[in-house]
Write a protein that binds this ligand. Structure first.
Ligand code: DAK
Length: 256
């Protein structure tokens, strides 16, 4: 995979995807979003990838939002089209990706950057990270799912405060309100994300893909139904037979 705005390193079935526009603090422009979409399409069927880690280049910024210079002249039509397109092609694609996506938030995660982290399944932050949704300072609201995902993670009241005030919060505060799962020292961030990814990669990938589907259905009227159906389907999978045999034979399972 050859990209201009992404660096991809795959080892031990973990793909580390580094968003790489350091001159703009890794702001999301159309090219970068399009490359992300392509990466996830390709990674979906790549057996060498079991977990994806998203991070930003450098130590200062994960993603400082959508590229303000690029969208400064958009009309209503362009704004709506790009919001729908971006949500479908990147943010929803990540949330519904069949393999776990971990955001390693290594600095500023603002606007579209925080929305990217929130679309990921797991968020780990470095202790220097700053997170916020500053859209209203630009006369906008979050347009890549932020008004929907933030309340689910931190509750409506806290989401409203973050969106209305546009204030950035520290990594520690983000941990306290459940916006990130863990905070680690900056130099340890990638190793910690990889350690989590490594644990995940040893478990049944087919079971994890069903878990993603069921978790994503939580809070919808179909949630319990999706869990029941996914649970049942897993009994027909080789991984179930291997997992149970391994337990009974007192050995570690080997999932293919
Ligand atoms: N876009 C473009 N360039 C950016 C950028 C951004 N979001 N953020 C930073 N940069 C650039 C700066 O312009 C600067 O470039 P030069 O001027 O040197 O060429 C370089 O990165 C370094 O930034 P600073 O010099 O500003 O660095 P500081 O340490 O002083 O400040 C900062 C860091 C992160 C606090 C500051 O850069 C900042 O406030 N950045 C903007 C944060 C922000 O407001 N982001 C946008 C949030 S709104 C849409 C859907 C969604 C959205 C939009 C449209 N459609 C569907 C159409 C989402 C919108 C957002 O994300």
């Amino acid at each position: 995979m050859n990209f201009q705005n992404l660096k991809i390193e795959t080892a031990d079935r973990i793909a580390v995807v580094t968003l790489n526009r350091p001159e703009a603090l890794n702001a999301l422009n159309r090219d970068l979003l399009s490359e992300l979409s392509t990466f996830f399409d390709q990674a979906a069927s790549d057996d060498n990838i079991r977990v994806v880690i998203l991070t930003g280049s450098g130590e200062k910024s994960f993603v400082a939002g959508a590229d303000i210079k690029e969208f400064s002249h958009f009309s209503q039509k362009e704004g709506e089209a790009l919001s729908a397109d971006g949500q479908q092609q990147v943010f929803n694609k990540i949330e519904n990706f069949s393999k776990p996506v971990i955001a390693a938030v290594n600095g500023f995660a603002l606007g579209g950057g925080l929305e990217l982290a929130m679309a990921s399944h797991i968020r780990i932050a470095s202790d220097n990270a700053k997170l916020g949704l500053p859209e209203v300072t630009l006369g906008l609201i979050p347009g890549y799912g932020g008004t929907q995902r933030l309340p689910r993670l931190v509750g409506r009241g806290r989401a409203a405060q973050m969106i209305f005030t546009a204030e950035m919060i520290s990594a520690q505060r983000a941990f306290e309100i459940g916006l990130v799962n863990e905070v680690v020292a900056q130099p340890e961030l990638l190793d910690r994300a990889k350690a989590i990814a490594s644990k995940i990669s040893k478990n049944s990938s087919v079971a994890i893909s069903k878990a993603i589907k069921a978790i994503n259905a939580s809070g919808t009227k179909d949630g319990f139904g999706v869990e029941i159906q996914s649970f049942g389907e897993l009994f027909e999978e080789k991984d179930f037979k291997e997992g149970v045999c391994a337990f009974l034979e007192k050995r570690k399972p080997e999932f293919k």
